[in-house]
Design a protein around this ligand. Sequence first.
Ligand SMILES: [Zn+2]
Length: 76
Amino acid sequence: MKFSTSDLTLLRIRCPKCGQHTEKIVTVLIRKDAIQCGTCGARVSLSTPTNKILIAETAASCARIGEALIKGLKLA
Ligand SMILES: [Zn+2]
């Protein structure tokens, strides 16, 4: 059984236009290449080097947490 906390984990993405952060669940961020800023409505690219690394590393961390939960709670 594979489990990841991507569905439970929020990641804040910074808008390059207004500087505010918009929170989305990691599952959504993995699937999209851009989101809309919750403050100014600008399109925020997720394929910038910073956002790519943030999303990939957070997704990897969610997978590790999922594994730890399964082990720790002996669900497997
Ligand atoms: Zn904005």
